[in-house]
Design a protein around this ligand. Structure first.
Ligand code: SF4
Length: 265
């Protein structure tokens, strides 16, 4: 269910490194990832995550006013929820915001799990400073379907990276959250390297409020034998990520791909 809402502000100061502003055209997200922590960030109280979406229909009008007076800075498009989630197909709020940002020559950084971003290639190509990040968590699309049911397939995302690159758009990959014993380390890096993003940012699973229950419900269905491993890593705090990240970084180096570990939060 999509509800149209009106907002009073568009750009908010961003806490994320490298970004000055955050711009989020939607509240809620139809991608419905099982590890999503956005509900705790936005204090979501509108029911099951993924079922209800709020589309900020007046956002372009508010943004247009703000762009005339705000100091130029890098805008993170979709810092909380995905700007190219399914609702964007109909509402085109992200597209209209991009048109305005282009008109005012604001630098933009997009992060998405959707190939719908390719629809806006005509705009992306005209920016003097833009980069698009695509998130990947697994190579196996049957696993992706369970973890990120509303998002584009793995192949679609890899194709998106390739297409963006071919059109001269700077791309990067958010490889995360790395799901222990599910996210492939070296094979996934290899597939990413083949589509030549500028860099890769790897991240661990972040258990903000409510996430543990969703993740364990998923693990119970996916592979019950993994449950003690998840308890060991996340409840007892035993090591896992250091070694896996080291392998990923080494593999990236072999593939001449810049790789960083996300140290935020
Ligand atoms: S795409 Fe991002 S915001 Fe949307 S459900 Fe997945 S993790 Fe949450």
């Amino acid at each position: 269910m999509i509800k149209e809402i009106k907002v009073k502000t568009a750009l908010s100061p961003s806490q994320l490194p490298g970004l000055d502003y955050a711009l989020n055209p939607y509240r809620g997200c139809g991608h419905a990832c099982i590890y999503c922590y956005a509900p705790s960030v936005i204090h979501w109280d509108k029911g099951k995550w993924g079922d209800a979406i709020e589309a900020k229909v007046n956002l372009p009008r508010i943004l247009s006013k703000e762009l005339r007076i705000k100091k130029k800075g890098i805008v993170g498009l979709g810092t909380v929820t995905d700007p190219y989630q399914p609702a964007e197909k109909k509402y085109e709020i992200t597209r209209r915001c991009l048109e305005l940002l282009l008109m005012h020559d604001f630098p933009v950084c997009i992060q998405t799990k959707s190939s719908l971003v390719l629809r806006d290639m005509d705009l992306l190509k005209r920016f003097s400073n833009i980069e698009v990040g695509i998130t990947l968590t697994t190579l196996d699309d049957s696993v992706r379907e369970k973890m990120e049911p509303g998002a584009s397939s793995v192949q679609e995302r890899l194709r998106t990276l390739e297409e963006l690159g071919k059109n001269g758009i700077n791309t990067w990959v958010f490889l995360g959250p790395v799901m222990p014993y599910i996210t492939e380390d070296e094979a996934l890096v290899d597939a990413i390297a083949a589509v030549k993003p500028k860099y890769v940012l790897v991240d661990r699973l972040r258990l903000k409020e409510g996430v543990w229950d969703c993740v364990t419900a998923f693990i119970r269905e996916f592979d019950l034998q993994l449950l003690p491993e998840y308890d060991r890593i996340f409840l007892k705090g035993e090591g896992y990520y250091a070694e896996v990240f080291e392998r990923m970084i080494r593999r990236c180096e072999e593939k001449k791909l810049r790789c960083e570990v996300n140290k935020i939060g």
